[in-house]
Design a protein around this ligand. Structure first.
Ligand SMILES: Nc1nc2c(c(=O)[nH]1)N[C@H]1C(S)=C(S)[C@@H](COP(=O)(O)O)O[C@H]1N2
Ligand SMILES: [Mo]
Length: 341
C-alpha cells in the first residue's frame, strides 16, 4: 500500500494535480483556512479514497470553529508553578503568538487532516499515561504523568517554531532539556539514535471519514543522540504557563526549534535508544519532500514551494500573519550548526 501511495503521489505530481500553496507575496492578510495550504493528510486521503483515476477530491477546509467556548475550555488547564524562566531563551526578536491562535491552528494527523483539529484532539485519553524509556540504556524506566512534572527541573523557553508548510509561531514551552533524560537513563555507547513514538489507537484517533490503516502509524520521529544531547532539544509538558493542551501534544511532546515542526512528535508514549536510524513517519511516506534531518533551511526549497520566507502567525482577532524571512536552522545556528559540519 505504501508503494501504491508513492506511485500515485508521483503520478499526481507529474500531472500537476497537486495543489501548490500560493506565493508568499500575497496581499491578503487573513488566513482563510487550511485549504490555502497543501494539506498533506487530505491529499493522502484523496488518493486512498479515489485512486488514480479520479482527480483530486476537493480539500475539506472551511470548517468554522464549532465553538469559541469549547476552544477556550480546551486551553483552561492546571497552572504549572514550579518552573524557572530560562534567560537564554526569552527574546527571539518576535512576539509570542497569542495562545488562542496557537491553540486553534495545529497539525495532529492522527485525529484528521485539518488545521483546526483542536476539537477532535480532545478525544486523546490522558488517564494513566505512561512513557516508556527503553533500549540501549543502563537505567530503563517508565515515567507516569506525575514523574514527568516532578523528576526534572522545569523551565520555560520561548522558541521560534517553523512548520515545513512555511507557517511559523513563537511559543512559550514549559518542560525540561532532553539531555536531562539522557543523564537519567544513561545510554550505552552503542546507542546512536533515539526513536520517539506517539500515542496511537485507531479506535480513538481516527478522524471522521479517515481510513488510514495503511499509513505508517504510529507517528514516529527520531534524532541522532548528539542532536538529543544538544542544548536546544527539549521535552514540553506545558505551554503558556499551564499543562500542555491536547491539541499541542499532551502530556509530553518533543520540541526541536532548529528543525521543521514535523520532527516534534506529540503525545509521546515511548522513547527508545537504538543503534540504527529508524524509519520515521513523513520520511517514510514522502522521502523526497521530508528528509530525516529536517533542519530549517531557507536555501533548500521544498519540491513544491520555497522555504525562503514564512507566514508568521501573530495577532488576532482571527488568524492573521506577517511574512518573515526564514533563517538557517530557524535562527539557532549558533547552537547546532557544529552538529552538521
Ligand atoms: N503525533 C504527531 N505529532 C506531530 C504531528 C502529528 O500529526 N502527529 N504533526 C507535526 C507537525 S507537521 C507540526 S507542524 C507540529 C505542530 O505542533 P502544534 O500543533 O503544537 O503547533 O506537530 C508535529 N508533531
Ligand atoms: Mo508541520
Amino acid at each position: 500500500m505504501t508503494k501504491y501511495l508513492k506511485v500515485s503521489y508521483y503520478f499526481l505530481l507529474s500531472m500537476n494535480l497537486i495543489r501548490v500553496p500560493p506565493s508568499w507575496h500575497i496581499s491578503e492578510h487573513k488566513i482563510t483556512d487550511s485549504s490555502v495550504y497543501f494539506n498533506r493528510r487530505n491529499f493522502i486521503k484523496s488518493i486512498i479514497g479515489a485512486g488514480i483515476g479520479a482527480s483530486l477530491i476537493p480539500l475539506t477546509g472551511c470548517e468554522k470553529l464549532s465553538s469559541q467556548t469549547a476552544l477556550e475550555d480546551s486551553l483552561k488547564l492546571a497552572k504549572i508553578n514550579n518552573y524557572q524562566k530560562n534567560r537564554n531563551f526569552i527574546n527571539v526578536g518576535r512576539p509570542v503568538t497569542e495562545e488562542i491562535l496557537a491553540g486553534q491552528y495545529n497539525n495532529f494527523y492522527e485525529f484528521g487532516g485539518t488545521k483546526n483539529i483542536w476539537s477532535e484532539a480532545q478525544k486523546l485519553p490522558l488517564d494513566n499515561w505512561k512513557v516508556e524509556v527503553t533500549g540501549l540504556v543502563k537505567n530503563p524506566k517508565t515515567y507516569d504523568l506525575d514523574d514527568l512534572k516532578t523528576k526534572f527541573p522545569l523551565e520555560e523557553r520561548i522558541y521560534r517554531f517553523r512548520c515545513v508548510e512555511a507557517w511559523s509561531m513563537v511559543l512559550p514551552w514549559i518542560g525540561f532539556p532532553m539531555k536531562a533524560l539522557i543523564q537519567a537513563v544513561e545510554p550505552t555507547s552503542q546507542a546512536k539514535f533515539v526513536r520517539f513514538t506517539s500515542f496511537y489507537d485507531p479506535k480513538i484517533t481516527q478522524g471522521p471519514g479517515f481510513h488510514l490503516g495503511s499509513l505508517p502509524w504510529p507517528y514516529q520521529e527520531s534524532l541522532k543522540i548528539e542532536e538529543m544531547a544538544n542544548e536546544l532539544a527539549f521535552f514540553a509538558v506545558g505551554i503558556y504557563g499551564h499543562d500542555l493542551p491536547k491539541q499541542h501534544g499532551a502530556p509530553l511532546r518533543m520540541v526541536t526549534p532548529w528543525k521543521y515542526g514535523f520532527k516534534g512528535a506529540k503525545s509521546i508514549v515511548k522513547i527508545e535508544f537504538i543503534e540504527q536510524q529508524p524509519p520515521t513517519y513523513w520520511h517514510t511516506l514522502v522521502p523526497n519532500e521530508y528528509d530525516f534531518e529536517a533542519n530549517v533551511n531557507p536555501n533548500k526549497p521544498h519540491p513544491r514551494w520555497s522555504q525562503a520566507t514564512e507566514k508568521f502567525i501573530s495577532k488576532g482577532p482571527g488568524l492573521s500573519w506577517d511574512i518573515k524571512e526564514t533563517l538557517p536552522y530557524n535562527g539557532y545556528g549558533q547552537y547546532v550548526s557544529s552538529l552538521y559540519n
